[in-house]
Design a protein around this ligand. Structure first.
Ligand SMILES: *Cc1c(COP(=O)(O)O)cnc(C)c1O
Length: 432
């Protein structure tokens, strides 16, 4: 049999079904808001509506109840949520923030927007989250926070990292954008550090188009987060706050979510448990089937935790395969069709995830704000190639990620994916 990459027939050409969680419930919710005429109720002055309208507040109440957390604060994206979190922690120019090198770019730019310096630490070989052993040597007197990421839906190493943070008096900001519903020891990911952030963008488990939710049990942080969300500088004096230090990091943001997004998010939250159950069942199936291919190493899940599988990570064993991962994966991709609604991403299978962040031009050139290299000019921190060897090896040689486990895929659809891997394995001689 000739592999598709060598000109043979594709194993499948009909596109895979879309992951579309939007239905009659969301439609009704949007109409309810449209009919009310109130598409947002926020006021950026001191008033009851400083905290948003009825849908926004209901979403926050319901989110807080579901995740078992005192404060849920809606924002217009998880990126905004990360920025607000860094601001609320009082992080200042020249401070250092330790962050995973293997994450979406906003986990690190959150430090930069406040003039702080991202210090990249390496990831765990098995779980891809920030490795506590890589953090300690990076802590300096300038370090103020650790931004942990529940990457791919796996909760971070809470016990070890929180203990280290406590010892050095650091905030833990948990980027749980990829992990709504993941758990560690019976507690939800997102609620494991001082502040957690979820994303409601189109590509996440549940979404409102764009949106994010910040959670915390800390009243003082919650107060600051709500101020940052809505032009704090305009209301601080109205609130009778005399302490001018309250103004720190409170300047001029609008991170407010609209009533329409909040109404959609409320319906989506109701669907999360079922969507997650299906996603986990599908991932389990793939993990078992693909592990039977000798060069594929299945996912490990951290003890006492529940993974949310934003993507399904696997590892590739080059020695067993006799070829580089990219060659093998290119051949599998050639066998498969795109997925509806995501046609632009072609086949939802990748080698690696995103380039290790410090290799982006932003860090390599040390250019962010203005002509003089601010804030990098405040610091001696450098970003050499090889800085995080595990991350680089995962990205360039070992890690495979796919999204074929998203609800909507039938048993037949999933089997086609498995058969594509099997076909390439059986005919691997053609690739050598
Ligand atoms: C998606 C994502 C974000 C950003 O979410 P937005 O809502 O698009 O701003 C941040 N961190 C991680 C890990 C993400 O996956």
């Amino acid at each position: 049999m000739i592999l598709a990459i060598n000109g043979g027939d594709k194993l499948r050409t009909a596109p895979f079904p879309a992951y579309n969680t939007i239905g009659a419930e969301e439609e009704e919710a949007v109409l309810r808001v449209l009919r009310s005429g109130k598409l947002s109720t926020y006021l950026g002055t001191w008033h009851d509506d400083f905290y948003g309208g009825p849908e926004v507040r209901a979403l926050e109440r319901e989110w807080g109840e579901y995740f078992g957390v005192k404060h849920a604060i809606s924002v217009n994206s998880a990126t905004s949520g990360l920025y607000a979190a860094v601001g609320a922690c009082g992080i200042s120019p020249g401070d250092e923030v330790i962050v995973s090198a293997y994450t979406m770019s906003a986990s690190a730019t959150a430090a930069l927007v406040y003039g702080a310096i991202p210090v990249f630490a390496d990831i765990e070989e098995e779980y891809y989250c920030l490795d506590v052993n890589s953090i300690e040597s990076k802590i300096t007197p300038c370090t103020k926070a650790i931004i942990v990421v529940d990457i791919f839906g796996q909760p971070y190493d809470r016990d070890a990292i929180n203990a280290l943070a406590k010892k050095h008096n650091l905030f833990v900001i948990e980027d749980a954008a990829q992990a709504p519903g993941a758990m560690l020891d019976g507690k939800f990911a997102g609620t494991l550090g001082d502040i957690g952030i979820y994303s409601l963008n189109y590509h996440k488990h549940i979404h409102s188009g764009e949106g994010g939710i910040i959670v915390t049990d800390n009243d003082a942080l919650a107060h600051k987060l709500r101020l940052i969300r809505n032009h704090a500088e305009a209301v601080l004096s109205a609130k009778g706050i005399e302490d001018k230090s309250e103004l720190i990091n409170m300047v001029g943001f609008n991170y407010r979510m609209t009533e329409i997004e909040a109404a959609i998010a409320r319906e989506q939250l109701k669907k999360l448990p079922d969507l997650l159950t299906q996603r986990l069942a599908n991932t389990h199936y793939f993990n078992e089937k693909l592990a039977q291919i000798p060069c594929i190493i299945p996912t490990k899940i951290r003890p006492y935790s529940k993974h949310a599988f934003y993507v399904h990570p696997l590892q590739f064993d080059e020695k067993t395969a006799g070829m580089h991962r990219n060659r093998f994966i290119d051949a599998v991709k050639a066998e498969l069709p795109p997925t509806l609604l995501r046609e632009e991403s072609a086949v939802l299978l990748s080698y690696g995830y995103v380039k290790p962040l410090y290799l982006q031009p932003l860090y390599q050139e040390r250019i962010a704000f203005g002509r003089d290299g601010y804030p990098f000019s405040l610091s001696d921190v450098t970003y050499p190639k090889g800085l995080c060897p595990v991350t680089e090896n995962m990205h360039y040689n070992r890690l495979i990620t796919h999204e074929f486990m998203r609800p909507g895929m039938t048993q037949n659809d999933m089997n086609d994916v498995v058969h594509a891997f099997e076909k390439v394995w059986k005919n691997r001689e053609e690739l050598l």
